[in-house]
Design a protein around this ligand. Structure first.
Ligand code: ARG
Length: 460
């Protein structure tokens, strides 16, 4: 165990319990690549500014390359007594190259270092999530293409409302995912500023060039305020929030598909490859992946709440509490990627049961609102037509039939305004044909939406 990790002031190393409690190497080693990138940029800048010699810089750069290789080959030994990824790499560099390594931490603190690493890591993580969002969008649009013309009941309050095209519903998921992607892009643009050189909190009197390191690391600019740079975690919160919203969207899709896979709905069947069975009930085939998509959204929301509560009431600038920001974010990213992946696979492996859906369509008077619109077209004020159609529905309930089963005489007995052309408005097929407003479920409107997404996503 290293006794003097912190230098001359210390005479004893920490107790085992404190070491176990305070270490972060067990999870922040995930940042090794970003940490090395940051050190390369920092050393290059220090040499340019005359704060180390070119030969010191060269041995640092060579040493860092060697350490990176040994991490990637699995040879590198991570040490809990060296606390975190930053101390592990710096100490290993000192073991490796000796004196020159001692210059690397000039005008740098772990406070600005960890945030440089973390922001770089988030930038990459967002790019990965964006790829998965797009893949899910493609899977959903492909599923929509496969199910052209299929009408399903639309629900409000989980009660039958109006008929919609299945494509329309699937494309509504795609829209939501697009906003999820936009939020991540915004988040990435806002977080892409460089903390390096903020040092502990106050900056430094040494002649560093923060613009040079910022540019070398692909940041937009250095953060303007060094206290802000080491205090802020709103980029973490924003990323976790964006993931939470995506997770909630996926959870709602999950709930819909689980419901639709039930015997009671029977609208879709997942293939065996995305289903699991029961250890006791031989007949069972369960849509577990989508249940877990629903379930895992809980931990993503939990990750956000953890960091919100972590930051609440923290004084500026760095506090060790902030080390606790990493695990929730790592968890959130890993979990959301899994959820996106599995939802896409599920989408590739479900069949909508046309016959069963069609058989169910007569129930629930899905065409009632279209009938009300028919009367409006005849000049009846909407509130009046709502009342008239309500009475038609009441008659259907009494006779246990659909609106299209009512004879013209029966309809006229409720109100004489009905004419023979009313039957062009009745039945779900006719009802769907009548939709024409922008964004509606009318087949041309949906075809336009589909064309938009096929083009935007570049689907052959
Ligand atoms: N492991 C620490 C973290 O993740 C790095 C910063 C530590 N700074 C300090 N002054 N102890 O927050």
């Amino acid at each position: 165990k290293e006794v003097k990790l912190w230098g001359g002031r210390f005479e004893e190393s920490v107790t085992d319990a404190v070491e176990r409690f305070t270490e972060s190497i067990s999870y922040d080693k995930l940042l090794y690549k970003q940490d090395i990138m940051g050190s390369r940029a920092h050393a290059t800048m220090l040499a340019r500014q005359g704060l180390m010699t070119e030969s010191d810089r060269d041995s640092i750069l060579k040493g860092l390359d060697q350490i990176e290789r040994s991490i990637e080959s699995g040879e590198f030994v991570w040490r809990a007594d060296r606390e975190d990824v930053h101390m592990n790499i710096e100490a290993a560099l000192t073991d490796l190259i000796g004196e020159p390594a001692k210059k690397l931490h000039t005008a740098r603190s772990r406070n600005d270092q960890v945030l440089t690493d973390f922001r770089l890591w988030c930038r990459d993580a967002i790019d990965k999530i964006l790829v998965h969002i797009k893949q899910l969008q493609v899977a959903l649009v492909t599923l929509a293409i496969k199910n052209e013309g299929l009408i399903v009941p639309g629900y409000t309050h989980l009660q039958r409302a109006q008929p919609v095209l299945l494509q329309h519903l699937l494309l509504s998921y795609v829209e939501q995912l697009e906003r999820d992607a936009d939020r991540l892009v915004d988040c990435k643009n806002r977080l892409n500023f460089c903390p390096l050189g903020a040092c502990a909190l106050a900056g430094t009197g040494l002649p560093i060039d923060r613009f040079m390191t910022s540019e070398a690391l692909g940041f937009t600019a250095p953060l303007r305020n060094s206290i802000d740079a080491v205090s802020d975690r709103d980029f973490v919160l924003e990323f976790l929030s964006a993931n939470s919203i995506t997770a909630i969207h996926l959870s709602r899709i999950g709930e819909e598909w689980v419901l639709w896979a039930s015997e009671e709905f029977g609208f879709l069947t997942p293939s065996d490859s995305v289903s699991t069975g029961s250890s006791i009930m031989p007949q069972k085939k369960n849509p577990d992946p989508m249940e877990l998509v629903r379930g895992k959204s809980a931990r993503i929301v939990g990750d956000l709440v953890s960091v919100l509560v972590l930051c609440k009431g923290l004084p500026h600038a760095y506090n060790r509490d902030l080390q606790e920001d990493k695990e929730p974010l790592f968890d959130s990213v890993k979990t959301i990627i899994g959820m996106l992946e599995v939802t896409a696979e599920f989408a590739q492996n479900i069949t909508f049961n046309r016959e069963r859906i069609q058989k169910s369509l007569p129930a629930g008077h899905l065409d009632a609102t279209t009938l009300a619109d028919y009367l409006v077209k005849k000049g009846v004020p909407f509130r009046t037509s709502h009342d008239i159609v309500g009475r038609c529905v009441a008659l259907c309930v009494l006779k246990n039939c659909q609106l299209l089963d009512l004879s013209l005489d029966e309809l006229r007995s409720i109100n004489p305004i009905f004419e023979e052309d009313v039957y062009e408005f009745l039945g779900v097929e006719n009802a769907v044909k009548k939709f024409s407003s922008y964004g509606s479920t009318g087949s041309e409107c949906v075809a336009e939406q589909l064309f938009y997404w096929v083009t935007k996503l570049g689907i052959n």
